[in-house]
Design a protein around this ligand. Sequence first.
Ligand code: FAD
Ligand code: SF4
Ligand code: SF4
Length: 484
Amino acid sequence: MAERMLKFVATPQALPDKRPAAERRRDFQEIYALYAREKAAEQASRCSQCGVPFCQVHCPLHNNIPDWLKLTAEGRLDEAYELSSATNNFPEICGRICPQDRLCEGNCVIEKGFESVTIGSVEKFITDTAWEQGWVRPIQPRRERAQSVGIVGAGPGGLAAAEQLRRKGYQVAVYDRYDRVGGLLIYGIPNFKLEKDIVQRRETLLRESSVTFHLGCEVGRDVSLAELRERHDAVLIATGVYKARDIAAPGVGLPSIAPALDYLTASNRAGLGDEVPDFASGLLDAKGKNVVVIGGGDTAMDCVRTAVRQGAKSVKCLYRRDRANMPGSQREVKHAEEEGVEFVWLSAPQAFLGKASSEGERVSHVRSVRIHLGMPDASGRQTPQEIPNSHVNIEADLVLKALGFDPEDLPAQFAAPDLDVTGWGTLKIDWRTMMTSLDGVFAAGDIVRGASLVVWAVRDGRDAAERIHSYLTTKPQALPVAAE
Ligand code: FAD
Ligand code: SF4
Ligand code: SF4
């Protein structure tokens, strides 16, 4: 092992080639190339094969990282794929969009002094190779079970659960109000981070594995939760969080001030070839505009980088804290800066000013005030305080609000007053069973955690599938096995 591994002293860290910013600004394609086989092996060989691998501890899926790095270094990619896919339903997706600097790579022991092993890029390489080689095949359960599970939500949480349950032989039906499978993977996250065909080939695989999809079907409108409970032996709710937080400032209701997800969904739909009236009319198209994005998380980063690609005249990101205290990934900030985004740290909107235009009144400026970070609050974070008389007017033709998301009112939406929620409106579950307050109704992903990450949704979906299996196999009225 020693000859092949532990190469971090002599071999510097090398991410896959990143396309030049000037080229990236002109299209929506992913920004990193795939490793060549030798490069993946070389980078994997930098791993020091830690006895206690902190990378694995800090991966929400506890992926067996050192072992699949070793297999990659040895060129045993089929085995690396088997191992990697045993703990993760979508390794090529997580390899692309996990904030690795906060998870596996940020905790790699060689990070101090030598820069981490490029875990995410190797993970993506292994599974992209598996797809190319035809190693990723539809599920053929060893035995079919007559029991069925209904899953509400075709995002990563729902899809991971669907795959795991199908492996165990359950009949799985997924319901989603969108017209496509993938949730935020399709309509939230832009192409330059995750190309849509990567998600769509997963959908095809699940369909080929006999998972059925009911798209354009909103639970609470087209079918009730009560009906789903009748129809299925268990139900999983994985509906995510979609209620955009707003800003309380004068002028916030002006046209051309839009929620971030409306803007990103319009852009993703346009990219997929859909007719999008608000995009075609120019309302949600940044082309030729001065764009101001408010917020400092991943959604804000996706908005600024989308606006650049749509041909905005200028793109500014206003955030009330400083760079060190922003919630978004530092890697994303770097990409955005390279692509020409200007960050206005320690600034908050105070008011939105309007102007008359041929289409009626439109936003013209954001009045922004400077912020001083004061004493830490109960959570330990410094409190932003406005500096008096420090305001400036920033020119803006399109303002995007990216301040985070809250859950919708599910008990009301589902006409299920007995469905318990927390003080934040997320679904209350018993973490040992992942069951909600309703018998046989489970929950996973953002609707339980609040806005989180894809990798956590996958973890929850897998855990929920295990708990549903335990529930169905121990339930006294469980139906007999249909076929061996
Ligand atoms: P979702 O992906 O939200 O899927 C929920 C699904 O439920 C949707 O398809 C929705 O249509 C459906 N649904 C909702 N209500 C109903 C109903 N009543 N009936 C039927 N269907 C319903 N995470 C990362 O790890 N990396 C990133 O780079 C990243 N970037 C992001 C960028 C943006 C713009 C956003 C908004 C989020 C980002 N995230 C990122 C977070 C990540 O996308 C989510 O944490 C993850 O998608 C949550 O998965 P989920 O399955 O719980 O919910
Ligand atoms: Fe790292 Fe995410 Fe892969 Fe885990 S799933 S190893 S956190 S990239
Ligand atoms: Fe390898 Fe880094 Fe993980 Fe250690 S922490 S096993 S060096 S990837």
